[in-house]
Ligand binder design. Structure first.
Ligand code: DC
Length: 268
C-alpha cells in the first residue's frame, strides 16, 4: 500500500461527524447521501465526481487513458471545486467551468472506470477527497463565501463512493453499504442517462456494462469496492429515497429510532 493510502490519522478530541456510504453504481448512494447531508446540515462529498472530473479533463486534453503517469499528474493538480447547492446537490466546477452534467455522460463514465483502476491515480484522488473534506470542515458552520461553503449546523461530511469507508475515511463514525439488484440499478442508470443525454441504451445493455464495472470495482488491488468492517448493509431495491434515508437515520444519534436494526439490514 503506498504511504499516502495509509489510513488517515484519527481525530482526537472533537471528532467531526463522518458518515460514509459505499456501494456499486445505481445502488442509490448519491441520492441518499445528498438528502442525508442536507437533513443533517453536513457537507456532501461525491468522491465519484473527482474520478469523473479527472476523466473529463483527460478526455479534453486527449490524454491516452493508458498513460497512468500523466493521468496521476493531472489528478494531483486537478482544479476541482464542489459547490453545494440549497437543494443538497453539488455543482462540480473544473477550473471554474461548470461540468456537473458533462461528467455524467456514458463516455466519461467509461473513462472514469478505467483510470479509477490505477493506484497512482487513486492516491491522488484520495488526497484530493480528504482535502475537499478538510477545507469544508475547517470552515465549520461559518459561512465562507470564499470557499462557497454554506452555513452548517454541525461540522461533518457525508462521503459517498466505493472506498470511502475502507480507505478515504477508515475512522468514519458511521459506515453504510448500499446494494440493489442489477436490473433495478440498470433501470435507475437508464433514467439518469436519459436526463443527461436525452437518450439511453436498453436496460439489458446497461446491466451488462454495470456488471463489467462492478467486476473492475471489486477486483482492483487498490481501493476495491468492499463492505468495510463495521458497516451497515441496506438493500435499496424496493425502497424509495425517503425510505432509504429514513432507514439510514435510524442508526444515527437523534434519528427516528436510533436503536432499531431492521430485519432486512445486517451489520457486516
Ligand atoms: O459513483 P460514480 O459512478 O460517480 O463513480 C465514477 C467512477 O469512479 C466509477 O468508475 C467508480 C469510480 N469510483 C471509485 O473508484 N472510487 C470512489 N470512491 C468513487 C468512484
Amino acid at each position: 500500500m503506498p504511504a499516502d493510502m495509509a489510513p488517515a490519522p484519527r481525530h482526537r478530541s472533537t471528532r467531526p461527524l463522518v458518515i460514509t456510504i459505499d456501494g456499486p453504481a445505481g445502488a442509490g448512494k448519491s441520492t441518499a447521501a445528498k438528502l442525508l447531508a442536507k437533513q443533517l446540515g453536513l457537507m456532501y462529498l461525491d468522491t465519484g465526481a473527482t474520478y469523473r472530473a479527472l476523466a473529463y479533463a483527460a478526455l479534453r486534453r486527449r490524454i491516452d487513458l493508458a498513460d497512468r503517469r500523466r493521468l496521476a499528474r493531472l489528478g494531483r493538480a486537478l482544479p476541482i471545486r464542489l459547490k453545494p447547492l440549497e437543494s443538497g446537490a453539488v455543482r462540480v466546477l473544473l477550473n471554474g467551468e461548470e461540468v456537473t452534467r458533462p461528467i455524467r455522460t456514458e463516455r466519461v463514465t467509461e473513462a472514469a472506470a478505467i483510470l479509477a483502476q490505477y493506484p497512482s491515480v487513486r492516491q491522488a484522488m484520495v488526497r484530493l477527497q480528504r482535502r475537499l473534506a478538510a477545507a469544508s470542515l475547517a470552515a465549520g458552520g461559518t459561512p465562507s463565501p470564499a470557499r462557497d461553503v454554506p452555513a452548517r449546523s454541525q461540522a461533518g461530511v457525508v462521503a459517498e463512493g466505493r472506498d470511502t469507508g475502507s480507505v478515504v475515511f477508515p475512522h468514519a463514525r458511521y459506515k453504510f453499504f448500499l446494494t440493489a439488484s442489477t436490473s433495478i440499478r440498470a433501470t435507475r442508470r437508464q433514467e439518469e442517462l436519459r436526463g443527461v443525454e436525452g437518450r439511453a441504451p436498453s436496460v439489458a445493455r446497461i446491466a451488462r456494462k454495470l456488471r463489467q464495472r462492478d467486476r473492475l470495482d471489486r477486483t482492483r488491488r487498490t481501493g476495491p469496492l468492499i463492505k468495510p468492517a463495521g458497516c451497515i448493509v441496506l438493500d435499496t431495491s424496493h425502497l424509495g429515497i425517503e425510505d432509504v434515508v429514513e432507514r439510514l437515520r435510524r442508526y444515527l444519534p437523534h434519528g427516528p429510532n436510533s436503536d432499531c436494526v431492521g430485519p432486512e439490514n445486517s451489520i457486516c
